[in-house]
Design a protein around this ligand. Structure first.
Ligand SMILES: [Zn+2]
Length: 199
């Protein structure tokens, strides 16, 4: 439960992160963040701890310590001007599949997840490394056609130049999972703002 997600808002109430419950509570304890309650009231650690003793919300989760219990926050608001740097998107299989939308980057087919492979654009046999810029999803047929060649050598084309995904795209994917109505309001706003900043 301590690793469950908490949405992090910056000073302007824009979603910038999802962090663990442990990290969220530690930020609130250090006075670097406040808890945003479901009624959008904000609480520092003491007021949140008080609230956690006295209210009984059905279905809510608590962390119990020997002396008190504390409600698991869903959203926190950073208090400082120093913005939390966007976390780097982890280089892993799941995020590669998400970045490439489960689609073969050579021919555009979208087969079963099991039929997709991770292709090294510059093959490993030629010194290609496992980096965001050098791996793409490929269907089995494109993968075997390409073999240990460069795609140009066998007349294949890449739909997009592979690059590191923006952290916001993985944040949005994270948020598709659990049903968190309170998150959605902040994330939609953040999504549009970030899209504009990137233009
Ligand atoms: Zn293909």
């Amino acid at each position: 439960m301590l690793s469950q997600g908490v949405l992090v808002l910056n000073k302007n109430w824009m979603a910038v992160h999802v962090c663990s419950v442990r990290r969220a509570i530690s930020l609130v304890c250090q006075d670097m963040a406040r808890v945003v309650a479901s009624d959008y009231q904000i609480h520092d650690f003491d007021s949140w701890r008080m609230l956690s003793q006295h209210i009984e919300i059905h279905g809510n989760q608590y962390i119990h310590t020997p002396k008190f219990r504390i409600l698991v926050p869903e959203v926190i608001l950073l208090t400082g001007f120093n913005r939390m740097p966007p976390r780097a998107v982890k280089f892993n299989r799941r995020n590669i599949y998400m970045r490439d939308h489960y689609t073969c980057q050579y021919c555009g087919v979208r087969p079963d997840k099991e039929s997709l492979t991770i292709d090294h654009v510059v093959p490993r046999s030629r010194g290609g490394r496992s980096t965001w810029e050098n791996v793409v999803l490929a269907c089995q047929s494109c993968n075997s056609k390409k073999g240990s060649h460069l795609h140009e050598e066998v007349g294949m084309h890449l739909a997009h130049t592979p690059k590191r995904p923006h952290w916001m795209s993985t944040l949005r994917n994270t948020l598709k999972g659990p049903d968190r109505p309170i998150w959605q309001k902040f994330v939609d706003v953040a999504y549009w703002n970030v899209a504009l900043e990137e233009e």
